[in-house]
Design a protein around this ligand. Sequence first.
Ligand code: FES
Length: 125
Amino acid sequence: MTPAPSEAPRRRPAQPLPGARLCALSDLADPGAKGFLFREGDRLFQGFVVRKGDGIKGFLDRCPHAGFPLALVPDRYLTREKDLIICASHGALFRLDGLCIGGPCAGARLLSWPVGLDQGWVVAA
Ligand code: FES
């Protein structure tokens, strides 16, 4: 069944098209995370993916607190223990499913970026 237009996923400016290869799964530590930046004209799309085992999730790289990118150092999205996502700006902590469990935006969620796996590749979905 095709979703109604209002239910169709919205592609953000510069967001990679479904099926676009982002990186090899083996490029990601387990657990690990990696950021991506795409440009389309003067529009940018910033996202990151988190791997745990064979599971992969993607998020927009935008903190729900103040809208800043989460990592100040490239690809450093996880805590030292690698069990939580951390925002470097003001220390918000998120579960790996994107729910903020501590900090200035507790209870908020990171916005999802649909990604998946295809024959060993992390792909946009
Ligand atoms: S911008 Fe992320 S905690 Fe403030």
